[in-house]
Design a protein around this ligand. Structure first.
Ligand SMILES: NC(=O)c1ccc[n+]([C@@H]2O[C@H](COP(=O)([O-])OP(=O)(O)OC[C@H]3O[C@@H](n4cnc5c(N)ncnc54)[C@H](OP(=O)(O)O)[C@@H]3O)[C@@H](O)[C@H]2O)c1
Length: 243
């Protein structure tokens, strides 16, 4: 039986991946702040699901993750899906800082703890849900796109660190395009919107194949290639926004 911990399992992408894993018989630790939502997952397979509430912006997050890891025994995978994001053209500093606290400080707290747990265990797989938003700085969501770029680079760095020290840790950086979840529930129209169920199926494939980077889906793979080719003197003149 495979074992995983999903951080951010209470809704959206993380919840859909959890449902697939539960159906496949994985033993799961499910993590987020909303206990009632996590208990809905537990009800699907009470024997195989352990609920642990964690606020990743809180200093006790690492201790709580270690405790959950030890309850599960040998863990194959830690999937980090927790994150927040907002359009913020007014540059409300509170929004930008709150985004950084979750997507950078909270992310570091969880990923560093996962790295150290797998180091001691001898092997393990760390997967994160970052975003295609990390490809370029997006004017409508500065903190969101910058924090997602941070996550991409952080995983690059940890992979090198793991290899330097000859740990057997595998990394998967999953970068979806727009997904219909609470994160985009802001009344705006997003193009090429994907369902969380479809994205979760693609994430499972990327995890099974231990892909290093997975852009979901093929349309966004083409878009990202195009974006990368745009030089900065043109990028800065583009108006990329939703209605
Ligand atoms: N939706 C998209 O278009 C899209 C595209 C690309 C990437 N992503 C990324 O996918 C990930 C999941 O987002 P989603 O779209 O599935 O949105 P979502 O439904 O809002 O899910 C966000 C998850 O993060 C958890 N979370 C937020 N703050 C947390 C905190 N302080 N401590 C612990 N958990 C926290 C939430 O749980 P609680 O509120 O219960 O704590 C929830 O489980 C995010 O990292 C997001 O950036 C989303």
């Amino acid at each position: 039986m495979k074992k995983a911990i999903i951080i951010g399992a209470s809704s959206g992408i993380g919840a859909e991946v959890a449902k697939i894993m539960i159906a496949q018989g994985w033993q799961l630790g499910v993590v987020a702040r909303r206990e009632d939502k996590l208990n809905e997952l537990k009800a699907l397979s009470p024997q195989n699901v352990i609920v642990q509430t964690i606020d990743i912006t809180s200093e006790d997050a690492a201790d709580k993750l270690r405790s959950l890891f030890n309850q599960l025994g040998k863990v194959d995978l830690i999937l980090h899906s927790s994150g927040i994001g907002f359009q913020n053209i007014q540059l409300d500093a509170d929004i930008e800082i709150k985004t950084a606290q979750t997507n950078v400080a909270g992310f570091i707290r969880i990923i560093d703890t996962a790295f150290n747990l797998f180091k001691v265990q001898g092997d393990g797989h760390i997967a994160i849900i970052s975003s295609i938003a990390g490809t370029k700085g997006l004017g409508i969501a500065p903190a969101y796109s910058a924090t997602k770029k941070f996550q991409n680079t952080y995983i690059d760095a940890l992979e090198q660190l793991s290899n330097m020290q000859q740990y057997h840790i595998t990394f998967t950086d999953i970068r979806p395009g727009f997904v219909k979840t609470d994160l985009l529930n802001d009344g705006k129209n997003y193009p090429l919107l994907m369902s969380a169920e479809k994205v979760a199926r693609d994430i499972m494939k990327a995890i099974e194949k231990k892909k290093r980077v997975a852009i979901i889906d093929w349309r966004y793979r083409i878009l990202v290639v195009g974006w990368r080719l745009i030089p900065n003197f043109i990028w800065k003149r583009l108006s990329i926004k939703t209605n």
